[in-house]
Design a protein around this ligand. Structure first.
Ligand code: BES
Ligand code: ZN
Length: 639
C-alpha cells in the first residue's frame, strides 16, 4: 500500500535526485524557477510520472529538451493537485529519465511565510522561511512528497538577501563576508547548495533574510562543523545560548549511536512567527527565537532536533502512520542524553514534564480517539496535521523506556539501539519492520529469556490502545520535581484564605527553582481545582508571571488562569492571554510557535468565543500559514 498522503506514483518511478534553480522575489513574494528530477523507472511501460504539487503555477515540462504533455488534476484539500507528466512510451525498468518542471509558487503557498521587514528583529529587510513537515514540501516544488522515497538534491538560489538551505553550502562560503561582500537587500547573489545524503522531502527547507553566521568552536577532532545563524541583532545572544551545548551533545550522541553523517550541523534562529519550537531540517535545525532566554534553560529543544539526525533524518518513518518512530525515539534518546550529560534525575524530570503534555493531548482527543493511538492508520487524504500532538512523542518515548526496563536496562538496551540505527540508517521503515528487527536482535543477543520478556509486552495496547492512560503505569525519578510539587500543594491549601494579604507567599519562593521546575509547579497547580480569581491574580503579580518574557512560563500561568472557563479568573485573564499571543501586550511580538498560540486560543475560546475569534482575526496575517490553518480549525472557523 502506498503512503496515503501522496498522490505520486513513487512505487512505479522514483526520483533519486532533484536539481532546483530558483529566484526569490521579495516584492511579489514568489519563488520562480525549475526542478529537474532524475527518476529511476521501476515498472516497464510506466506511462506517467505523477508528482505532488500544491498551489504551484506550472508553465512547462520538458524531457530531454522537448516539451511534453502534462495535466494538473483538481486540487485535493489536503494532498494538493497531482501533476501528471506523460512519459515517452516504452519505458524500461532500471533506466533513468530526467524531467524538468518550470514553475512559480503562488500566494496560496502553505509552506512559506514571507515576512515584511517590520516582522523581523532588525526591521530593515524582509524575510522568507519554509516549513515542509509533514506534507508541505509539495507547495514549494513538484515532488514525490512522501518520506518513503528519499531524495538527494542540489540547488542554485538567486536572491538579494542571504539564503540558507537544508544542505551543504557550496558557494559562497558560510564563513566568508555576508552576501559574498555584495550589498544586502540590493545585489542579487546566487547561492549554491548540495545535499549528497538522500533525505525525506519534508526536510527540504529554505530561509532567506539578513542573516549572519558564527561558527561554534571546532569540537575535538570531529570532521563535522557546527554554528549558528540569525539576524545580526540576535547573533550574540543566540551564540551564547547554544554554543556550550550543541557540539557537546552531538558528540555524546555519536557515542550512543553512530557518527554524524551530514557534515554540517547548524542552527538558525528564526523570527517569532516560526510555528514550531524546532524543526530538524537537514544540516540546519530551525529554531523559535523563544528559546533564546539568556539562561540556556531551553537547550533541550536543540538536543531534540540534533537527535533527529539519526532518528528521523537517518532512520525515517515510512509514512505518517509511523510518525512515532521519529518523535518517540528522538524523545527517548534526547532524555537519555540528559542522563549521560547531567544526571539520571534529569532524565526522570523530563518524563515528568512530558507526562502533563501527554495527558492533556489524550484528553484533547477524547472525541477523536483514533488519534490517541501510537500507530494511527491514516485514510487516503487524511491530514496528518489533524493528528499532531504530544502523543507520538510521549507515548513513544515511554514505550521505548518500558522496553528498555523490560529487557534489563541500559546495558542490554544500548547495544540494541546502535544495531537498530546501523541496520536502518538511510532507509524508511514501518512499525512492523522496527518490531521485527527488535525481535531478531534479541533472538541473536539474548535468546529465550529476552524473547520471553518481549512476549510479555502488550503490543496491541501500546500500538492501538486508546483512552486517557498509558498501557502501563510508569515510574520516574521525581527528585527534581519535589519542591515544585510542595509549592503547588501550598497554593492549593491556601484557597480558603479569602484575605490575600494573609497569604504566606513570597517572591523568593521561586528563587530555588529553575525555569523547568517553575513549569512543573504551574502544571501541578493545574491538576487541582481552579484557584479563586484573586489567588490567580496574586500568583501572577507576586511571581511576575503575567509579565515574564519567558513564554514557557507565561503559557503555563495563563493555563492556570483559564483552566475552568466559567471561573472568575478565566474571565479576568482571557483577554490578556490572547493579546499576549498576538503581541498586543506591548512587545509587538507574535507568539507564532503553535505550542503557545494554539492552547491559548483554544482555552480563550471556551471562555469567550467571540473574543478569541475577533482577536485572531485581527492578527491572523502575522501567523505562518500552517499556524493560521490550525488555529482556524481549533476555533471551528474551518473544518
Ligand atoms: N519534527 C518536529 C516538528 C514537526 C513535527 C513539524 C511534525 C511538523 C510536523 C520537531 O522535531 C519537534 O518535535 N519540535 C518540537 C520540539 C521538541 C523539543 C518536542 C516543537 O516544535 O515543539
Ligand atoms: Zn521532533
Amino acid at each position: 500500500m502506498p503512503d496515503p498522503t501522496t498522490q505520486s506514483n513513487y512505487l512505479q518511478i522514483t526520483s533519486e535526485h532533484v536539481d532546483l534553480d530558483w529566484t526569490l522575489d521579495f516584492d511579489t513574494k514568489v519563488i520562480s524557477g525549475s526542478a529537474v528530477h532524475h527518476l529511476l523507472i521501476k515498472e516497464d511501460n510506466v506511462k506517467d510520472a505523477i508528482f505532488d504539487t500544491a498551489d504551484l503555477d506550472i508553465s512547462s515540462v520538458e524531457i530531454a529538451g522537448n516539451s511534453v504533455n502534462f495535466s494538473i488534476k483538481a486540487k485535493h484539500e489536503v494532498m494538493g493537485s497531482a501533476l501528471h507528466i506523460e512519459l515517452p512510451s516504452g519505458q524500461k525498468s532500471g533506466n533513468y529519465i530526467d524531467v524538468k518542471v518550470t514553475y512559480k509558487t503562488t500566494s496560496g503557498c502553505t509552506a512559506l511565510q514571507w515576512l515584511s521587514k517590520e516582522q523581523t528583529q532588525g526591521k530593515s529587510f524582509p524575510y522568507l522561511f519554509s516549513q515542509c513537515q509533514p506534507i508541505y514540501a509539495r507547495a514549494i516544488a513538484p515532488l514525490q512528497d512522501t518520506p518513503s522515497a528519499k531524495i538527494k538534491y542540489s540547488a542554485k538560489v538567486t536572491s538579494v538577501l542571504p539564503v540558507l538551505l537544508s544542505a551543504i553550502r557550496v558557494s559562497p562560503p558560510s564563513n566568508g563576508p555576508a552576501h559574498d561582500g555584495k550589498v544586502i537587500g540590493k545585489d542579487a547573489v546566487t547561492y549554491s547548495y548540495d545535499q549528497p545524503v538522500p533525505i525525506p522531502s519534508y526536510l527540504l527547507a529554505i530561509a532567506a533574510g539578513n542573516v549572519r553566521y558564527r561558527p561554534f568552536p571546532q569540537f575535538q577532532d570531529k570532521q563535522w562543523t557546527t554554528g549558528i545563524w540569525s539576524e545580526p541583532e540576535m547573533i550574540d545572544r543566540a551564540y551564547w545560548e547554544f554554543s556550550e551545548d550543541t557540539a557537546r551533545f552531538l558528540a555524546a550522541e555519536e557515542n550512543i549511536v553512530i557518527p554524524y553523517k551530514f557534515g554540517v550541523y547548524d542552527l538558525l534562529v528564526l523570527p517569532p512567527s516560526f510555528p514550531y519550537g524546532g524543526m530538524e531540517n537537514a544540516c540546519i535545525s530551525f529554531l523559535t527565537p523563544t528559546l533564546v532566554t539568556g539562561d540556556r534553560s531551553l537547550v533541550d529543544v536543540v538536543v531534540h532536533e540534533l537527535t533527529h539526525s539519526w532518528f528521523g533524518n537517518g532512520v525515517t518513518h515510512a509514512e505518517a502512520t509511523h510518525f512515532w518512530l521519529n518523535e518517540g525515539w528522538t524523545t527517548y534518546i534526547e532524555r537519555l542524553l540528559q542522563e549521560k550529560l547531567h544526571t539520571p534525575a534529569h532524565r526522570g524530570f523530563s518524563y515528568v514534564i512530558g507526562s502533563k503534555a501527554l495527558y492533556d493531548s489524550l484528553a484533547q482527543y477524547q472525541d477523536r480517539s483514533k488519534y490517541q493511538r501510537l500507530v494511527i492508520e491514516f485514510e487516503a487524504g487524511e491530514d496528518p496535521d489533524d493528528a499532531y500532538s504530544s502523543i507520538p512523542y510521549e507515548k513513544g518515548a515511554n514505550f521505548i523506556l518500558y522496553l528498555e526496563r523490560t529487557l534489563g536496562g541500559l546495558d542490554v538496551f544500548l547495544p540494541y539501539v546502535k544495531d537498530y540505527v546501523n541496520t536502518f540508517i538511510g532507509k524508511s521503515i514501518t512499525t512492523a519492520e522496527w518490531k521485527a528487527h527488535l525481535y531478531g536482535y534479541f533472538e541473536k543477543h539474548g535468546g529465550a529469556e529476552k524473547i520471553k520478556a518481549l512476549d510479555s509486552v502488550d503490543w496491541n495496547a501500546w500500538f492501538y490502545g486508546e483512552g486517557l492512560k498509558l498501557p502501563v503505569e510508569m515510574e520516574y525519578d521525581t527528585s527534581l520535581a519535589k519542591q515544585a510539587y510542595a509549592l503547588a500543594e501550598k497554593w492549593d491549601a491556601s484557597r480558603s484564605t479569602e484575605d490575600i494579604s494573609q497569604l504566606d507567599f513570597k517572591e523568593s519562593d521561586l528563587k530555588e527553582l529553575n525555569s523547568n521546575q517553575i513549569i512543573v509547579f504551574l502544571e501541578r497547580l493545574q491538576s487541582y481545582d481552579q484557584l479563586p480569581g484573586q489567588h490567580v491574580k496574586h500568583l501572577g503579580d507576586l511571581y511576575r508571571l503575567s509579565t515574564t518574557s519567558n513564554a514557557e512560563l507565561r503559557l503555563r500561568f495563563y493555563e492556570v488562569a483559564l483552566k475552568d472557563p466559567v471561573s472568575s479568573a478565566a474571565k479576568a485573564f482571557a483577554s490578556e492571554a490572547v493579546n499576549w499571543v498576538i503581541g498586543d501586550d506591548g512587545t509587538g511580538i507574535i507568539k507564532g510557535r503553535m505550542k503557545f498560540c494554539r492552547p491559548i486560543f483554544r482555552a480563550a475560546s471556551k471562555v469567550d468565543k467571540d473574543l478569541a475569534v475577533r482577536i485572531f482575526g485581527k492578527a491572523k496575517d502575522g501567523f505562518h500559514p500552517i499556524a493560521r490553518k490550525l488555529i482556524e480549525k481549533d476555533l471551528g472557523l474551518v473544518h
